[in-house]
Design a protein around this ligand. Structure first.
Ligand SMILES: [Fe+2]
Ligand SMILES: [Fe+2]
Length: 279
């Protein structure tokens, strides 16, 4: 049985500022890039998982694929709300979102299901070491940020940790070839990198009222080099054929966040500064 929990949380990000963490402008920009990226990526994941269902012959894999798709659909919804808030302030950002969506439509229509599942499994595997680094250093990265925005990202990253093996399992069940996935790793990594670069370039053209160096500072400057290296090694190792997507080092905060959720705490403001409504 799948242990994924489908959660609907009301993050009120309608008034979110572009630099939602004035203490760390470049990290604010990076997370905004993630929002614009994720809307297209998660919609693509949902289409791919729906298509994969016709090829899944195992009940447990099917249950996991469906729960995974539901989590990702909600991620797309919540980040869309965040993107809309930024577009309301900078209408030209609609063009950025349209480009991301068009790019994923293009990938979807020009590649076979095997490729899509390799993309899903490969990229989702990268998330665990990358988001572990962010969650391990959440105090430095999120504490001075707007609570609803910061908490949206923290929730999303925790759910990425939770479903870290889902896409990988679906790939292994439906396609199964490690070498096919590895052969295509460069292509899907380039696609995501190009999108991240495009989003940032467009931000720079459209959003000019940002602190100096918001687009050039290292968003992770406050994270110790050792932790950055550990994450980079984890990202690399996540693509190896023998990668074990379940038994990965997890951030302690994942368990802590689950504790908040299970206790009924308001996880829409679990990190950051609760100032949004007052502004
Ligand atoms: Fe997600
Ligand atoms: Fe995911």
């Amino acid at each position: 049985m799948s242990n994924l929990v489908v959660r609907q949380i009301d993050f009120d990000v309608d008034q979110a500022k572009f630099i939602w963490n004035p203490d760390n402008p470049s990290f604010s920009v990076l997370m905004n890039q993630i929002t614009f990226f994720v809307v297209g990526f998660e919609k693509y994941m949902c289409r791919v998982m729906r298509d994969a269902e016709a090829h899944i012959t195992d009940a447990a894999v099917m249950e996991e694929a469906r729960a995974f798709r539901m989590q990702e659909a909600i991620h797309a919804q919540k980040h869309m709300r965040h993107a809309r808030a930024l577009i309301a302030q900078y209408p030209a950002l609609q063009g950025v979102l349209d480009k991301v969506l068009a790019s994923y439509d293009d990938v979807y229509s020009t590649h076979p299901l095997e490729y899509h599942l390799a993309y899903a499994g490969g990229l989702e595997a990268i998330f665990t070491p990358f988001f572990k680094m962010i969650l391990d250093h959440r105090v430095a990265l999120f504490e001075e940020g707007e609570a609803q925005v910061a908490s949206l990202f923290v929730w999303h990253f925790c759910e990425e940790i939770e479903h870290r093996s889902s896409a990988y399992d679906v790939y292994n069940h439906v396609v199964g070839s490690h070498w096919y996935r590895i052969r295509n790793t460069g292509a899907f990594q380039k696609h995501t990198r190009d999108l991240f670069d495009m989003i940032k370039n467009e931000f720079e053209l459209v959003v000019k009222d940002v602190p100096k160096n918001a687009y050039s500072d290292n968003p992770f400057a406050r994270i110790p080099i050792r932790a950055q290296l550990r994450s980079a090694v984890g990202v690399l190792a996540s693509q190896f054929p023998w990668h074990d997507s379940v038994n990965q080092p997890l951030p302690d905060y994942y368990g802590e966040w689950l504790g908040h959720w299970e206790s009924g705490a308001d996880v829409s403001q679990v990190v950051g500064k609760v100032t949004l409504g007052a502004q």
